[in-house]
Ligand binder design. Structure first.
Ligand SMILES: Nc1nc2c(ncn2[C@@H]2O[C@H](COP(=O)(O)OP(=O)(O)OP(=O)(O)O)[C@@H](O)[C@H]2O)c(=O)[nH]1
Length: 501
């Protein structure tokens, strides 16, 4: 019997944008869809898999984490077996969601899914979502580094800061340019003007992006995230706003031009001898795969930590060193329960109870827990009727006074569904927290080379990492651009007065 291919949604977004939080929220709104979630983390220890697993519901959701990597990139040997496993469980799964590493460009997965004959038979790309840390976007953290600036450094080495900024900006640009839907996240504190500004910035960086959605506290309506069917081939009548067909969209993705920064390495190395060339998807992979600037390392401590001291120490460290992401579980002197530490740049937070958000929990895992003002009205209209016309009408409108009313009218017509139409307003004003024990403990072999400043880990399957382990050991994953493990360990040890190694 020929089975319909399994839809796959790819979730991309820079380090700490809120991909895992968004997915954990989605888990509570699966509406009976059985999800298989694949989480690919750059670091050696998978924290996100543990968090999601903690929030999975019964057997509806299966979480699989793949640490150490860039899933589906050139030499990744895990991707095909992983997809084969998912296919083998086809009867138990309705939809696959792949959270790519914050340092990956989603094209690796997208391209593999669509170009490998076997995969193309078994899976169909549903849509690619790019989650954006909107406050960071607004502070210009993802702004492109001037081309002139990059050119003038063609034969020299870019300064460390410029190199970091260039790499971040380039990665960000590629991620949003390959997405069908850009999700503006972390908008809790933003007013209407800021949201409009954010949208403008996205449209400037990715003019062809088709949908921009607002995720209030990392919540996105399931219908705007899953089942969008934006890449289904052969749907002759499949039409999108702005006249793009699904195949046009893919062509556009595949023919993206390389930026000047892409054609040279940021460490001063250039593609010497190569005439200016256009990078296709594969070259995009090539760039990041071989950009050794990004590193991840884990620091450990057996000393009980004082939460406030540790948070201050980590914030200082993130300012002093090129560390962009910190996460892990830490044991404090208190009740013995591990505390989840989440750091994005120098915003560091600790979460004691529910690690990630529950359905009605707005006092969630935020490193800056502010209440939203509930003023953003995000209206979605879905109409399901008969026929086979699938239309995405990107009627993204701002009201005249520039009150921020995003009205997305997605119209799906599926042959087997009954017609209904509704619109609703996303206003999340709940504020109550859950408190339950996470008991996350991790066990790993710690093998630290003396000179692992340039620590780059081989692909190993550590999917067991979310499971059991070593008593009261704290572990923090650090991800940074040319960050020195040694310096970071020294700094955190000094600032906390405890040994981190
Ligand atoms: N204030 C606020 N914080 C958020 C929101 N979404 C996520 N966060 C916080 O941002 C931090 C990073 O969130 P994650 O979901 O782990 O981000 P990620 O994109 O999965 O991170 P990586 O996998 O490391 O790239 C966490 O501390 C979250 O609690 C949001 O909408 N508002």
């Amino acid at each position: 019997m020929i089975r319909a291919p399994l839809p796959v949604t790819v979730v991309t977004g820079f380090l700490g944008a809120g991909k895992t939080t968004l997915l954990s929220n989605l888990l509570h709104e699966t509406k009976g869809r059985r999800l298989a979630i694949v989480v690919n983390e750059f670091g050696e220890v998978s924290i996100d898999g543990a968090l999601l697993r903690d929030h999975q519901r019964g057997t509806e959701v299966q979480v699989q984490d793949v640490a150490n990597g860039l899933l589906a990139y050139g030499d990744d040997a895990l991707f095909m077996p992983l997809m084969a496993q998912l296919h083998a469980r086809r009867d138990l799964i309705d939809h696959v969601v792949i959270e790519t590493s914050g340092l990956a460009v989603p094209t690796a997965v997208m391209e593999r899914l669509q170009s490998d004959a076997l995969l193309a038979e078994r899976f169909v790309l549903d849509a690619t979502l790019a989650v954006v840390d909107t406050p960071l976007l607004l502070t210009g953290q993802f702004d492109p580094v001037g081309v002139e600036n990059a050119e003038s450094h063609a034969s020299t080495t870019l300064s460390a800061t410029a190199a970091t900024a260039a790499s971040v900006a380039e990665l960000f640009r590629l991620q949003i340019n390959h997405a069908d839907v850009v999700v503006l996240n972390k908008i809790d504190d933003l007013d209407k003007r800021a949201l409009i500004e954010a949208e403008t910035r996205i449209r400037r960086l990715a003019p062809n992006v088709r949908f921009i959605e607002l995720a209030h506290r990392a919540r996105l309506d399931t219908r705007l995230a899953l089942g969008l069917r934006l890449h289904q081939p052969g749907e002759g009548r499949h039409s999108h706003a702005r006249g793009a067909t699904s195949s046009q969209v893919y062509t556009q993705v595949a023919s993206l031009q390389a930026s000047p920064v892409l054609s040279r390495r940021l460490d001063g190395h250039s593609h010497s001898g190569l005439a200016p060339h256009t990078h296709g998807l594969l070259s995009h992979k090539h760039f990041h795969e071989h950009d050794p600037g990004w590193q991840s390392f884990v620091l450990h401590s057996h000393a009980p930590q004082t939460e406030a001291t540790l948070l201050a120490a980590l914030a200082k460290t993130a300012q002093a060193e090129p560390v962009m992401r910190i996460k892990g579980f830490v044991h404090t002197a208190g009740d013995g329960r591990p505390v989840l530490i989440q750091g994005v740049r120098s915003r560091i937070g600790a979460i004691r109870s529910a690690a990630v958000v529950h359905e009605h929990d707005d006092a969630q895992a935020h490193d800056h827990a502010h209440r939203g003002d509930g003023a953003h009205s995000h209206e979605h209209e879905h109409e399901h009727g008969h026929g086979h016309d699938h239309r995405h009408d990107d009627s993204h409108s701002h009201s005249q006074d520039h009150g921020h009313e995003h009205s997305h009218s997605h119209s799906h017509d599926h042959g087997h569904e009954h017609g209904h139409s509704h619109s609703h307003d996303h206003r999340h004003e709940h504020s109550h927290s859950h408190s339950h024990d996470h008991g996350h403990e991790h066990s790993h072999d710690h093998d630290h080379d003396a000179d692992d400043d340039q620590h780059r880990l081989a692909h190993t399957d550590v999917s067991s990492s979310a499971g059991a382990v070593a008593h009261a050991e704290s572990q923090l994953v650090f991800i940074g651009y040319h960050a020195s493990r040694k310096r970071v360990a020294e700094l955190v040890s000094e600032l906390t007065g405890t040994l981190w190694h």
